[in-house]
Every structure is written in structure tokens, then in C-alpha cells.
Design a protein around this ligand. Structure first.
Ligand code: 2P0
Length: 336
């Protein structure tokens, strides 16, 4: 049986996805817009094998948890039904992340899985169809099929809820400084349940949904103009608005730790000193700081010294996801 390996990068949303309008098809309640991150990659190999009685999943060198295997099987069932394949698969996946957890591994994970599984099953899907398929695994994975800046459409139907790249003169210049807070321990609230709970119980959720289209339009305009000073404040405000809606849920969903707030304060101080720096926060305590290639080392140096910040990584924009043959990669001869 043919084994196919694919590589995908995680992404950070500049305008967040927070809430669904259809859980079964995993349709988002609103659009979103992200930056794919070169520093956070996942490689996944898939082989369909008639000798297997169940799908097997190895994650970072160890058997995956039962619930993760079940989620992969549900996803592979979609691929099997599209391809007319009836055999089980062996899935081996590895995250090249700076720390163990708390970063967006479901985005890169399901993007890499969508490509490796479809190719291994004999399907050659166009990027848009891969994005629609990856969305079924995880909403943010639809965006990780593409590189650079990426917009996700809420769409009317499932076939319209896909991501696509957004060209911008900022793609080369921007960096994300990723500050890991709390050593990458597992997050308190899974984002899937937390967004559903927020949508159901937060009095601020309606306001969040009303704001997203305005933020998307402003971010698209800033990207088209290559205007980082216009982009940054919207990115910060959008992340804080998402968290405000979650914090107002009953009971509350609060991802922040003391070090999260310490990073926000340092970033604000740096900005007052003329450094380009705007923070964003996903469903966890970590902070990612939007900046430029020139200012990223200064920000990283400041954040490394903070209590509770356990690792800092600088990432450039990442490439689109792709499949490759690991056997064909040959080491170049080193200096003799
Ligand atoms: C985002 N997040 O736009 C937002 C911001 C977290 C905070 O997408 O249920 O793991 O698998 O579709 O993609 C995390 O949500 O959710 C996420 P599912 P996903 O990046």
C-alpha cells in the first residue's frame, strides 16, 4: 500500500473563528482571517492497509489517545467514502512545535491529514476542496492548506465554506513572536466546547458576531495597502473581543494566566517606544505578537525574561501545505 507524507503549518487567526452555525458540517458562524506560521509545522504519513482491523494513530512517537483516534477515524471515513476505499489506515503524525501542547496543532494536523489521506486513497483534490475537507476535521485547518495570509469564508453551504490565500505586500515583512505561557500544559477548556458554550451563554456573543465582518473588512483593506500600523490595532482588538465574549460566558471561559497579562503590558510598553508590536491570543494562555522582521528580536528578548514565559519563538509566514516523498529527500554533502 502506498504511504503518503504531507506537511502543513499551523496558523494564527488575525480575525478569530469563534462559534459554529452547524456542528455536524463544522460550518463557522462567521468568516476569519489568519497568517500561516512557518515555525509550527506538522508532518503526517498515511497508509491504507488491508491487514488492519482498525485505524491506528501515532502522535509524536506514542499511540494517540482513544478520543483522538476516534476523531481521526471520523475524518478518514469522509475520505474513504469520497474515494470508495474500505480499508483502515495507519497514521503517523509528528508536531515540530517548540513545546508539547497548547498551540494550534489541530489546524496543521487536519490540513496535513487531509492531504496525506486523500493522496494515499488515490484522490487528487484541488486546494479549495482540500480546504473544505480539512474544515470537517477542524475549522482552523481549512486555513492551514494555504500559506501566508488566508481568508476563510463562512459560506452559505458546506461547499462555500473554504479558505483561500490573500496576497499582501506585508507577507514577507511580518513576523509573529510566540510567547509560550505555562510551559505548554494542556489547556483548561477545549476550544470546540468553549466556543459552543460561549455562543449559547455569553451575553456578549451577539456583539462579537456583529463585529467580525467589520474587522474582516478593515484587515483586508490593511493587507491590500500593506499598512501594518492599520492592521495591528484591529488584530489586538479582535482577539480581546473574542476573549471578552468567552469571559462573559456563564460559567466563564478564561484562558489567561498572570503571565499572559504581563506579556500584554510589555507589548504595550514596547509599542509606546516605537516598536511595531500587537498581541493576539487564541484559546489558551500563550501570546503571539504581530511585528516586523526588524523588531521581532527586540520583542523576543523582552518577553524571554518574564516570569511564567517558558519559551519564545519567532516565526515568519509559512508555506502552503504539500505532500512529498520522504524517501526522495537526500542529504546534501556537508563541508569536508
Ligand atoms: C482561530 N480558534 O480562529 C480560533 C481562535 C481558537 C481561538 O480556530 O471545533 O480547533 O475543530 O472547528 O479550529 C480553534 O478552533 O475548532 C480556533 P473546531 P478549532 O484560530
Amino acid at each position: 500500500m502506498v504511504a503518503v507524507t504531507a506537511r502543513a503549518c499551523a496558523n494564527i487567526a488575525l480575525v478569530k473563528y469563534w462559534g459554529k452555525r452547524d456542528a455536524a458540517l463544522n460550518l463557522p458562524a462567521a468568516g476569519s482571517l489568519s497568517l500561516t506560521l512557518a515555525a509550527l509545522a506538522t508532518e503526517t504519513t498515511v497508509a491504507f492497509d488491508p491487514a488492519l482491523s482498525d485505524d491506528t494513530v501515532e502522535l509524536d512517537g506514542a499511540p494517540a489517545r482513544r478520543e483522538d483516534v476516534a476523531r481521526v477515524t471520523r475524518f478518514l471515513d469522509l475520505v474513504r467514502s469520497q474515494a470508495g476505499v474500505h480499508v483502515r489506515a495507519r497514521v503517523v503524525t509528528r508536531n515540530e512545535f517548540p513545546t508539547a501542547s497548547g498551540l494550534a496543532s489541530s489546524a496543521s494536523g487536519f490540513a496535513a491529514l487531509a492531504i496525506a489521506a486523500t493522496r494515499a486513497a488515490g484522490l487528487h483534490l484541488a486546494p479549495r476542496d482540500l480546504s473544505i475537507l480539512a474544515r470537517r476535521g477542524s475549522g482552523s485547518a481549512a486555513r492551514s492548506i494555504f500559506g501566508g495570509f488566508v481568508r476563510m469564508h463562512a459560506g452559505g453551504t458546506s461547499a462555500e465554506a473554504f479558505a483561500e490565500p490573500v496576497a499582501s505586500p506585508l507577507a514577507e515583512r511580518v513576523r509573529m513572536v510566540i510567547a509560550i505561557v505555562g510551559g505548554g500544559t494542556p489547556k483548561l477548556h477545549g476550544s470546540r466546547d468553549a466556543m459552543e458554550h460561549t455562543a449559547k451563554t455569553s451575553p456578549l456573543y451577539r456583539g462579537w458576531l456583529d463585529q467580525v465582518p467589520r474587522d474582516l473588512a478593515a484587515v483586508e483593506a490593511a493587507l491590500a495597502a500593506g499598512d501594518l500600523d492599520a492592521l495591528g490595532p484591529i488584530v489586538e482588538a479582535n482577539a480581546l473581543a473574542m476573549h471578552a465574549s468567552a469571559i462573559a460566558a456563564r460559567p466563564p471561559v478564561l484562558y489567561w494566566r498572570p503571565a499572559t497579562l504581563a506579556v500584554l503590558a510589555v507589548v504595550r510598553g514596547l509599542r509606546e517606544c516605537g516598536i511595531a508590536a500587537w498581541p493576539t491570543i487564541d484559546a489558551g494562555p500563550h501570546v503571539k505578537v504581530l511585528t516586523t522582521a526588524e523588531d521581532a528580536p527586540t520583542i523576543a528578548m523582552q518577553l524571554r525574561n518574564l516570569d511564567g514565559v517558558t519559551a519564545v519563538t519567532i516565526s515568519a509566514a509559512g508555506e502552503p501545505a504539500y505532500a512529498f516523498d520522504p524517501a526522495r529527500i537526500v542529504a546534501l554533502p556537508g563541508p569536508s
